[in-house]
Design a protein around this ligand. Structure first.
Ligand code: GDP
Ligand code: MG
Length: 175
């Protein structure tokens, strides 16, 4: 049995659903009450990838430091992949994904110098009043070199497993 450890960063503006995402993915829980996290939250998830391969995912939830917009290098150090999340019902959080991606790319890269694989997640697709349309997301995704994007609902548990599986495949391909 071989085991590999991947560090995955979850970044994006406050209240887009980052902490909820980690809770949902790791513990299959969703809570409506908003609890502001301070510092960095870690969560660990072990995945049986195949008969001979385990994957340990260490999820780093930025946790309340979003207001600084720019993160320290220490936080980004040795990351294998990243998720940039926004809220479909709050346009500003979408516009800021570009800043988050740039901050990531200026502060870290993989050991071979290539950019850290980064997924763009459009959360809260369960809500009716959207402020961002799909064509715009597609454009930002291409323009700013995200590996892909999808709509998700952490609340409904929609596309959570699938998007993380995709990201793991990206990491395994570079490993
Ligand atoms: P964070 O600041 O990015 O960590 O955001 P939180 O995970 O704390 O979530 C902020 C608020 O959004 C909370 O009240 C969550 O219950 C809510 N929320 C998170 N994901 C969803 C979702 O998919 N749909 C809806 N409707 N609300 C969500
Ligand atoms: Mg949080």
């Amino acid at each position: 049995m071989t085991e590999v450890l991947f560090k995955v960063l979850i970044i994006g503006d406050p209240t887009v659903g980052k902490t909820s995402f980690v809770q949902r993915y790791v513990n299959n829980l969703f809570r409506r009450d908003y609890k502001m996290t301070i510092g960095v939250d870690f969560a660990l998830k072990v995945i049986k990838w195949s008969d001979s391969q385990n994957i340990k995912l260490q999820l780093w939830d930025i946790a309340g430091q979003e207001r600084f917009t720019s993160m320290t290098r220490v936080y980004y150090k040795d990351a294998h992949a990243c998720v940039v999340m926004f809220d479909l019902t709050q346009r500003l959080t979408f516009q800021n994904t570009i800043k988050w991606k740039k901050d990531l790319d200026t502060k870290c890269s993989l050991q071979d110098g290539s950019p850290v694989p980064c997924l763009l997640l459009a959360n809260k697709c369960d809500l009716p009043h959207r402020e961002v349309d799909q064509a715009e997301i597609e454009e930002v995704c291409k323009e700013h070199d995200f590996v892909g994007w999808t709509e998700i609902s952490v609340k409904e548990g929609q596309m959570i497993e699938e998007c993380m599986r995709f990201l793991i495949e990206e990491m395994m391909a570079k490993h």
